[in-house]
Design a protein around this ligand. Structure first.
Ligand code: SF4
Length: 446
């Protein structure tokens, strides 16, 4: 009987990608995925430390593994990712049932660690922040049936935004070799992948720290020429590193989807200064203007924090005004969450939770109206959609995304997964669109 593993993943696309890589490595060793924690011989919790709530959730799952381990003495229980890096070996003391603590830079050796635990029944922690990704797991069918995937192009961050724990738990910025990325993208396309999202904490500073070539725009050009690759996306970009060359590519590369996630975090210059973001409201607005000049239909999404220390009512109103001025397609908004070890912990002017909640509610309410208006405005337009798989409703419902990254649901009697189709948008809803097939898509991206 093959041994089973289960990974519970919290957090961002970097963590999801890490969990995918671990799954591939373990499957290469003969392990199989189990749907539930209860059936697994290896349980791994991939954690996020960006906000207190995400960390608490992960710790609570770790606590729930104790009775499982009592029932199954040979169970291997591990914690990986950002909380593992942040709390380190303290976790071994707090959770005596844990066997493995693995920081994000050490996941590529998971097979060796598991083998060591099995052989010697010793507890292992590996938290070296200088580790590099030098190869990708061998293909073993893990991505079968998928048409989109992430490809990590860099790890870590050098920006040290005053509220952010990422540089401490994912280490300093390091970029993967361009040739390896191009080879990997080619391999993914050969396995049926049609759309690749390049991911990293700050993709547009790819190769900048080590002064290497190609830079990010050049890498995009190289990937654009891969035969069979229909779409490229990337996330996340830092506004201070968004060059005119990169903006220009939205009007040039046929595979580059017209969508950018460009986190602004606040609409107030004073707060942006406290956050150490390295740009002003006006510089941000001028980037939006340039993006829309090159590609008028570009979809723009962002991240916003409310209740940052020192945020006065007028600063919050500046954020509200910003979403009004830009009319983002969507925003991901959060209450400021204090993270120990970051500079913002020492800033004066902490905001109470009730006030943070009020601000968040107002911001989200207004954005909901803007998003719905944007989705409504697509009614009657023809959008090119990459079909990703069955929709939530089943019964011949399929689901895909527009080039602007909006989910479209539609009905078809046949499975059209992986096809690029032209769809007439018949309804714009709050979180998705409803469409009907008009014909086959005929270009790389619309
Ligand atoms: S750019 Fe700022 S917010 Fe983003 S990961 Fe780096 S430090 Fe954190």
């Amino acid at each position: 009987m093959p041994q089973l593993f289960h990974i519970k993943t919290f957090g961002c696309q970097m963590n999801k990608h890490d969990s995918d890589s671990i799954s591939q490595i373990l499957m290469n060793e003969g392990y199989q995925q189990s749907k539930s924690i209860d059936d697994a011989d290896i349980v791994l919790v991939n954690t996020c430390a960006v906000r207190v709530k995400a960390e608490e959730k992960a710790l609570s799952v770790l606590g729930r593994l104790a009775p499982l381990k009592q029932k199954k003495r040979n169970l291997i229980a591990g914690v990986i990712g950002c909380v593992a890096q942040e709390q380190g070996t303290d976790l071994l003391k707090r959770f005596p049932h844990l066997d493995l603590i693995l920081g994000p830079r050490n996941i590529h050796h998971i097979d060796k660690f598991i083998a060591q635990i099995k052989k010697k029944r010793e507890r292992i922690s590996s938290l070296d922040l200088s580790g590099q990704i030098t190869s990708f797991p061998k293909y073993n069918g893990y991505l079968k049936g998928r048409v989109t995937c992430f490809l990590k192009i860099m790890e870590g961050c050098d920006n040290f935004c005053s509220y952010c724990i990422v540089p401490f738990v994912r280490g300093r910025e390091t970029s993967l070799s361009a040739q390896k990325l191009i080879d990997e993208a080619n391999r993914l396309v050969r396995q049926g992948i049609k759309e690749i999202t390049l991911i990293g904490q700050n993709v547009n500073s790819y190769n900048v720290r080590n002064g290497s070539v190609p830079t990010f725009p050049r890498l995009l050009k190289e990937l654009d020429s891969i035969s069979g690759l229909k779409r490229i996306r990337f996330t996340t970009s830092h506004p201070k590193d968004l060059s005119d060359e990169l903006i220009g590519l939205f009007g040039e590369l046929t595979t580059l989807c017209p969508h950018i996630h460009l986190p602004v975090q606040s609409g107030s210059d004073a707060i942006l200064g406290f956050m150490n973001r390295g740009y002003t409201r006006d510089t941000y607005l001028s980037l939006i203007e340039r993006l829309r000049k090159v590609r008028p239909d570009i979809a723009i999404t962002t991240d916003l924090i409310v209740g940052f220390p020192g945020e006065r009512e007028q600063d919050f109103q500046d954020s509200l005004r910003l979403i009004e001025d830009v009319k983002f397609d969507n925003i991901f908004s959060f209450k400021y969450s204090e993270r120990s070890g970051t500079r913002a912990v020492h800033l004066p002017g902490k905001i109470g939770d009730t006030e943070k909640q009020r601000r968040l509610f107002l911001l989200q309410q207004r954005q909901k109206e803007i998003t719905l208006g944007k989705n409504n405005s697509l009614e009657g337009t023809i959008q090119e959609v990459l079909v990703e798989g069955p929709g939530k409703r089943g019964n011949h419902q399929l689901s895909g995304r527009t080039a602007g990254n909006k989910v479209v649901n539609f009905f078809s009697p046949t499975d059209l997964r992986g096809e690029l189709l032209r769809l007439n948008i018949i309804q714009g809803c709050q979180n998705s669109l409803l469409g009907e097939i008009v014909g086959a898509g005929d270009q790389k991206t619309s």
